[in-house]
Design a protein around this ligand. Structure first.
Ligand code: G3P
Length: 218
C-alpha cells in the first residue's frame, strides 16, 4: 500500500518524506486555506514547493464546478509540474472533465467519493485515482472501510486500473484497516502515519536494552 500525506503543510510533508516512506501528497482547498495560502500565484507556487519536496504524485484540486472551468484550471495545474494530479469532484461535469483529462493523458483524482456508484463512474471515465472519504462516512454512522471493500470488489471484477486512494483517514487503525481491504493508497495526517510506530513494549524493551548495555559498558 502506498502512503500519501493529506496536508498542505510543508514542514509535515518534509518530515514524512524524510522518513523515507512517503509516496505522494494530497491537498484540498480546505487544507490550503488552513496554511493561509491564498491568491492564484501563491497557490500555484505552493503546489510547486510541495512537488519540490516529494518524488510522487501531488493532488491539486480544481475550484470550478463547471466543465469549461475545470478543464481550464486542470490544464494549468497539469502544466505546472509533471507530478501534479488534477483533483476533480465526483459531480456530473467532474466526470466529463475526468474523461477529457484521461484522453489527454493528464492524471486525475476523483474526490468526494461516498458511494460505489460514484467510484464506478469515475473509473469508467478513466480516473487515475478515486478518493473515498472513509472518516466522513464513519462520522455519519456509515462504514467507510466497507465502501473501500466494495469498490475493491467492483474494480477487481472488471480489472479497472483506477487506484483506490482511501482518503479522510483520521487515525492509525484506519491505516491498518485500509491495508486489510487492499486499498491501493491511503492518505492521512502525519499523526496517523507516525502512530503506526507506537507500542509501549517497544519503548520499554528499548529502555531495558540500553540499561543492560550501560551496566556492562561503564
Ligand atoms: O483527503 C480528503 C481529506 O482531506 C478529508 O479529510 O478529515 O477533512 O474528512 P477530513
Amino acid at each position: 500500500m502506498k502512503f500519501f500525506i493529506d496536508t498542505a503543510n510543508l514542514e509535515q510533508i518534509r518530515e514524512a518524506h524524510d522518513l523515507g516512506i512517503l509516496d505522494g501528497v494530497t491537498t484540498n482547498p480546505s487544507l490550503m486555506a488552513k496554511e493561509g495560502i491564498k491568491g492564484y500565484d501563491n497557490i500555484m507556487a505552493h503546489y510547486k514547493a510541495i512537488c519540490d519536496i516529494v518524488d510522487g504524485d501531488v493532488s491539486a484540486e480544481v475550484i470550478a464546478t463547471d466543465f469549461e472551468g475545470m478543464i481550464k484550471e486542470g490544464d494549468n495545474l497539469a502544466d505546472l509540474h509533471p507530478q501534479i494530479v488534477v483533483k476533480v469532484p465526483a459531480i456530473k461535469d467532474g466526470i466529463k472533465a475526468i474523461k477529457y483529462f484521461s484522453k489527454k493523458g493528464i492524471r486525475t483524482n476523483c474526490t468526494l467519493i461516498f458511494s460505489a456508484g460514484q467510484a464506478l463512474l469515475a473509473a469508467k471515465a478513466g480516473a487515475t485515482y478515486v478518493s473515498p472519504f472513509i472518516g466522513r462516512l464513519d462520522d455519519i454512522s456509515f462504514d467507510g472501510i466497507q465502501l473501500i471493500d466494495q469498490i475493491r470488489l467492483i474494480y477487481d471484477n472488471y480489472a479497472f486500473e483506477t487506484q483506490i486512494l482511501a482518503a479522510s483517514v483520521r487515525h492509525t487503525m484506519h491505516v491498518i484497516q485500509c491495508a486489510e481491504v487492499a486499498a491501493d493508497i491511503m492518505t492521512g495526517p502525519l499523526s496517523a502515519i507516525l502512530g503506526l510506530l507506537k507500542h509501549p513494549l517497544t519503548d520499554s524493551g528499548l529502555a531495558q536494552f540500553l540499561a543492560d548495555h550501560k551496566k556492562v559498558n561503564e
